[in-house]
Each structure stands twice: as structure tokens, then as C-alpha cells.
Design a protein around this ligand. Structure first.
Ligand SMILES: Cc1cc2nc3c(=O)[nH]c(=O)nc-3n(C[C@H](O)[C@H](O)[C@H](O)COP(=O)(O)O)c2cc1C
Length: 464
């Protein structure tokens, strides 16, 4: 909703609004908003036109962004007039706060005219406190910009002082803060300013500039000149630009963990896969923006964050689950799927009979999930398989690549000595038609992040 400036109301109306707001336990601005929502109320004839509001601009790179601009008392304050214009041109609303010293350099009248908003100057203003209040000022901003940030203002910020409106707002805010320092090079280089900048950077304050150049007031040159309005605008635009989410809109199916193949209701054939690598890959793909469907065999790990998980037990269940998820953009088959299962599962626990021979298990082959996906009519554009081998790693991986119709095989040595099965580290090679990429020993999370990045790149290339 647009901002409302109560101070422009007629005195008598303002007094009645104040009383009514106090009665209802609201601020005057909140009360005015309530009244504007019920414009025909006979109680108080507030005309919407009498409330000054910034007209929201719905287009531009900063459309809808609420900026609180704190103007410090430096000679570069005059550049703020241009900065406000640039920001408003791009659709931002700019609510200005001026320090006492800032008003020595530019007038609130000029700043207010360009911002089309009330200029806030006084921590102890009865009207401003009732109208908006310093706490609300600090909360109702998507970004606070301090320009120029004088040496004095930065020193106060670094030390948590709050003896005027600007510093009280800066101390009370949870909004991100961008400062554009501007001062004489000697002030900028002073150890106190260096210390304060380091403190502010540690506190998460962002900086733009200062630049090297001539000082407006002294004819001196050096580092300390405020960044130009267009540079500050670009920094603000960069701040709001959504981060590149390379896998946004992509759906990827991942399998993880072992499968377990029952022999009877209490016994099963399984393997040592922990699911750590597959789960880490699912999480890494989700972090890059993919919609990840994880089909997991029984593991003791929690479901990865941001991933929808289908829990299965046997290879046949895993195959069905994966195929039901098609079509997808990519499939990453990490699960250690049992190659065989017992041909028949006993309905009751197989009993040990005195003097009888141990039972003989007749095994049959399980479906090959990777090959099924690699040759499927709805084959994903990228199919990645894992080859867990204990010998002839690369030869086996190359064979698997061909036979299974995969694009890449991530080959890892799972011999007992490698400690990969159940461990936290992995050394993998990526085998593709183009050759072999050897990756150094890494944590499974690092392998996952790097593989997710490679998948994102590959999908981008396939698409273009
Ligand atoms: C003509 C003139 C120009 C000034 N320019 C700067 C300046 O560019 N940067 C700065 O840090 N202080 C500058 N100062 C000093 C500040 O105005 C002074 O430290 C003031 O207390 C800062 O107030 P603030 O904390 O409200 O910004 C200047 C003073 C004068 C008289």
C-alpha cells in the first residue's frame, strides 16, 4: 500500500484522527488506512486526496522496492538529489531521512520534492513518531542506503550509537544496509575509519565505493569520493537482482541407498550403501533450483531438505517408482541396486530343522533400472549412472556407459580399502564418450555440489 503522510492533514481532522487512533490502539497512519478502507464512514470525513502518497510505479528494474535513503552531512549530499531521481525512474519508492548536518548541504524541501515523500529529520518529532515512528521506518524498507556515509555517521554505526533519527533507525533495523562512503582521503585512511569500516563489514553492511578522484570541496585528490549516483543505482539493482538459479524449472530424479531383497518376512539380502552420496546429490540439485524427486532405498539418513522422497525397499519397487516419475529432465541413478533377488520369498520365516541341510537360495536377476531409463521411450535428456566397482574400475565403467545407454558414468572404487561405502569421502571419475575426468578425493558433499554444477551446465548446453 502507498505511504500516507498525516502531517499534511488539516489540524482539526488530525486531532480527531489522533484521538480515534489512540482509542483503537493504532498509529495514526494505521487508523487512516482503516478509514480509507471504509471511505463512507460518517465518523471522520478523511479525503484520500488529502493524504500525500507516493504513486507506486509498477515498471522498472526497481519496481515496488522500498528504499530508505539516509543522507549524511557531507558535501556529496548534493548528489543525492540525482540519486533519488535515478532510483524513482526505475520504479523504487524513496523515503528520505536527513541528518542535522545533511541539512547544511541540501534542503529537506529539495529532497522531499524529488522523493515525493515526507523527509524525516527528527527523532523526537511528535508528529513523525505518531505518523510513522523510527521503528517502523527501520522495518518498512527493503534496503537502507546511506549516502553520503560520512566518517562520523559510519563511526556511530560501528559503535551502535543512536542519538538521532538516522542512527536510531540504523540500529533498530533488520533490513540490509548499503553505505556509500564519502570523505576526505585523510579521513578515509585514518586508522579509526579503517577500524570502523572493518567492523561494519563484519556486521554485514555492504559498501559501494568510495572512488578515487578529486574532492569537491578541497581540490585535493585521493580515495574518498562518493560513488556516482548511477554506480549506487547499479549496486542497488544488483542487490535486488534474483540470484542465478541454474536448475530452476528442471525436474530431476535421483535414486539413493541400497535396495533390500526379502528372503522371508524377517531376512533379506542387502548391501552396504548408506545413501550419503545419493542424498547429498539430491540436496545439491535442489539447492541449484531443481525440483528433485528422490527414490530412496532403506537408509538411516533423514530426507534431504527441499526434496520430495519416495521410500522403497526392493529393486522392482525402485524401478516402478522411477518410471512413474518420467518424463524428467535428468536422471541420476546413485542407488546400489541389488543385481539379484531370491526367486521365491517364503511367506513364513524359514525354520531351522534339526538335522536338515541349510536352505539353498535360488537367485534371479533384478531389473536393470539404469539401462531401463537409458533406453526408455521417455529417456531424460541426461542420464547419469554410478558404477561402484572393486576391480577394473574404468574398463567396467566404460562397458556400463555403452550397455546402459547412459551419458556419464560416475565411477568409484568401493573396495573395502577405499572406505567409500558408508564413509564420508569419495574419489570419483566421470566417464563419458568424451573421455575420463578424474576428480580429486573430496567429501561426498563436495562431489555432490560439483556434480550438480556439471549437470546444470550440461542441461544448459543441451537446451541451447
Ligand atoms: C563544508 C564541509 C564539508 C564536509 N564534508 C564531509 C565529507 O565529505 N565527509 C565527511 O565524512 N564529513 C564531512 N564534513 C564533516 C561533517 O559534516 C561532520 O563530521 C558532521 O558531523 C557529519 O554529520 P553526520 O554524522 O550527520 O553525517 C564536512 C564538513 C563541512 C563543514
Amino acid at each position: 500500500m502507498a505511504s500516507i503522510t498525516i502531517r499534511n492533514l488539516d489540524g482539526a481532522i488530525k486531532e480527531r484522527l489522533r484521538l480515534r487512533a489512540a482509542r483503537n490502539g493504532r498509529s495514526m497512519e494505521e487508523e487512516a488506512r482503516v478509514l480509507l478502507g471504509q471511505a463512507d464512514t460518517p465518523d471522520l470525513p478523511v479525503q484520500p486526496a488529502s493524504l500525500k502518497a507516493q504513486s507506486p510505479i509498477s515498471s522498472g528494474t526497481l519496481a515496488g522496492k522500498r528504499l530508505l535513503l539516509i543522507i549524511g552531512g557531507g558535501i556529496a549530499a548534493y548528489k543525492c538529489l540525482d540519486l533519488i531521481r535515478r532510483l524513482r525512474e526505475r520504479g523504487a519508492s524513496v523515503r528520505p531521512i536527513m541528518t542535522k548536518a545533511a541539512q547544511q548541504f541540501v534542503t529537506p524541501l529539495a529532497v522531499g520534492a524529488l522523493a515525493a515523500d515526507h523527509v524525516f529529520t527528527d527523532l523526537f518529532s511528535r508528529e513523525d513518531e505518531q505518523d510513522v515512528g523510527h521503528i517502523r521506518l527501520s522495518r518498512e524498507a527493503d534496503l537502507i542506503v546511506v549516502a553520503p556515509a560520512t566518517a562520523d555517521l559510519m563511526a556511530k554505526m560501528a559503535n551502535g550509537l543512536a542519538d538521532d533519527l538516522a542512527t536510531a533507525v540504523l540500529l533498530a533495523t533488520t533490513a540490509p544496509v548499503l553505505v556509500a562512503p564519502a570523505m576526505n582521503p585523510l579521513m578515509w585512511d585514518h586508522p579509526a575509519t579503517r577500524r570502523n569500516c572493518a567492523t561494519l563489514a563484519r556486521d554485514g553492511i555492504r559498501f559501494i565505493g568510495p572512488n578515487r578522484g578529486e574532492m569537491a570541496e578541497s581540490g585535493e585528490a585521493g580515495e574518498g569520493r562518493m560513488a556516482e549516483p548511477l554506480e549506487i543505482t547499479a549496486a542497488i539493482e544488483a542487490f535486488f537482482k534474483p540470484a542465478h538459479i541454474p536448475l530452476a524449472g528442471k525436474t530431476i530424479v535421483v535414486t539413493s541407498g541400497p535396495t533390500v531383497e526379502p528372503i522371508d518376512p524377517v531376512r533379506y539380502i542387502a548391501n552396504r550403501s548408506s545413501g550419503k552420496q545419493g542424498h547429498a546429490i539430491a540436496a545439491a540439485l535442489a539447492r541449484l533450483g531443481a525440483t528433485v524427486r528422490l527414490v530412496s532405498g532403506p537408509v538411516s539418513m533423514p530426507d534431504p531438505e527441499g526434496v520430495s522422497v519416495i521410500h522403497v525397499e526392493t529393486a522392482r519397487e525402485m524401478k516402478d517408482a522411477v518410471e512413474q516419475l518420467l518424463p524428467v529432465d535428468a536422471a541420476v541413478m546413485v542407488a546400489a541396486v541389488a543385481d539379484w533377488r531370491a526367486e521365491a520369498q517364503a511367506g513364513q520365516k524359514i525354520k531351522k530343522q534339526p538335522g536338515a541341510k541349510p536352505p539353498v537360495l535360488q537367485m534371479v536377476e533384478n531389473p536393470d533400472i539404469l539401462a531401463g531409463i537409458g533406453h526408455h521411450a521417455e529417456r531424460p535428456r541426461l542420464v547419469v549412472g554410478f558404477a561402484a566397482e572393486t576391480q577394473d574400475l574404468l574398463a567396467n565403467a566404460r562397458k556400463k556407459l555403452e550397455k546402459k545407454g547412459a551419458d556419464w558414468i560416475v565411477a568409484n572404487d568401493v573396495s573395502q580399502a577405499s572406505g567409500v561405502m558408508g564413509g564420508d569421502r569419495n574419489t570419483v571419475r566421470i566417464v563419458s564418450k568424451l573421455g575420463i575426468e578424474e576428480w580429486p578425493d573430496m567429501s561426498k558433499d563436495e562431489v555432490a555440489a560439483r556434480l550438480a554444477g556439471k549437470i546444470a551446465e550440461a542441461l544448459e548446453i543441451i537446451e541451447t
